[in-house]
Design a protein around this ligand. Structure first.
Ligand code: GLY
Length: 370
């Protein structure tokens, strides 16, 4: 790991863990993971795409020769009961124990599935996250949300289960294409929009370099994002309150993703990009958010080529009533009320526990038919 590395801690008492951020974590994996592995066996779970790019470097960095490797198909379809069962069967066949360690090497799909396997295998074994996409590095690998999908919806079966350590290699992002980088950037931007207007100022200056792979800009953005997430998670690990802020734009995004059918045509980060601007526009319509902040966000997204609602394919936006219905199915809602993350401006997000459904439907109808 390079000297320009940083460590931050997710302070969760007995479940506390470090996040190591820098270039070269794969090559240095043995030293970095040694305190968290306790001498047990290791199994790596990854997907075909990531295995081609990074598995050899990780195996070399770990330097052990009895490592079990499980390589899964890439894509959201891997977060299924069928794959979960296969992975559990494979690990049980080799008598994988609670003191052994699972390593999730990949993006959000691999991290979410591996974390859930770790949570339920023999009632819980050790696991480590090595996220390889920007989106996983700044969001899904931190905070202990694990899940698979079911026919009823995304992430509906899962648990809160924290890793022992997260290793974030800024250099592994060099293999991501521009579209994946922009999708991950949406989650970086989210932290600025929630409560950090100074970070938004910095992103306005530096996001171009970050998206072009500048290592210093990436390190600063990932560190700021993970610090913001760790701060919220340590106060509200199980999303009883403020952790819901991390879903800014996500109720709109999940509706767009449901409409797209999770077929890979709309990336989660693309939906979040559009969804965050929708949350700002809707809040503006309610008189809560100044128009100049909405315009500043819109200009930032356009400058970087980040999608907004009007950039999405027509089949996703032609039926606002259906988007509204999907928003009604969000996990954050209670039986009687729709919870939305709204905003008073850049860096001023808040939780609205009882969103007004009539004005929301009106907004969606206007936004989808500009
Ligand atoms: N991705 C939102 C959260 O971890 O709470």
């Amino acid at each position: 790991m390079s000297n320009n590395s940083e460590t931050l801690h997710v302070d969760l008492g007995a479940r506390a863990y470090p996040i190591r951020i820098g270039a070269g974590v794969l090559a240095d994996a043995n030293r970095l993971l040694e305190p968290h592995i306790s001498g047990g066996r290791i199994a790596i779970i990854t997907d075909e795409t990531v295995a081609d790019l990074h598995l050899k470097a990780l195996l070399t960095g770990l330097g052990a020769d009895d490592i079990k490797v499980i390589i899964l198909p890439p894509g959201e379809g891997t977060k299924s009961f069928a794959v979960l069962q296969d992975v559990l069967d494979t690990l049980l066949k080799i008598n994988f124990s609670r003191d052994d360690t699972l390593i999730a090497l990949g993006g959000g799909v691999i991290g979410d599935l591996t974390g859930f396997v770790a949570a339920i295998l023999k009632r819980g074994c050790r696991f480590v996250q090595i996220p390889t996409t920007l989106l996983a590095q700044v969001d899904s690998s931190v905070g202990g949300k694990t899940a698979i999908n079911t026919p009823a919806g995304k992430n509906l079966v899962g648990s809160f289960y924290q890793p022992k350590c997260v290793l974030i290699g800024t250099d592994v992002l060099a293999t991501l294409d521009a579209r994946q980088m922009r999708a991950g950037y949406a989650e970086v931007l989210k932290y600025a929009l929630i409560n950090d207007p100074a970070f938004f100022d910095w992103l306005e200056e530096n996001a171009g370099d970050l998206l072009a792979g500048d290592q210093a800009a990436l390190r600063k953005a990932i560190l700021t994002s993970c610090t913001a997430k760790a701060d919220i998670v340590k106060r509200d690990e199980r999303e009883r309150g403020e952790r819901a802020l991390l879903n800014l734009g996500h109720s709109f995004a999940h509706a767009l993703e449901a409409k797209a059918g999770y077929d890979g045509t709309l990336l989660h980060g693309e939906a979040v990009s559009a969804g965050m601007l929708m949350a700002f526009e809707y809040a503006q319509g309610l008189g809560l958010c100044p128009g100049q902040d909405v315009q500043r966000l819109r200009a930032h997204l356009h400058k970087l080529g980040m999608p907004t609602l009007s950039d999405l394919p027509a089949p996703l936006t032609h039926d606002p009533e259906q988007l509204f219905a999907y928003m009604g199915q969000d996990k954050k809602n209670t039986k009687t009320h729709m919870k939305l993350i709204l905003t008073h401006g850049i860096g001023k997000a808040f939780i609205e526990p009882k969103a007004d459904q009539t004005s929301l439907l009106n907004y969606l109808q206007k936004a989808c038919n500009p």
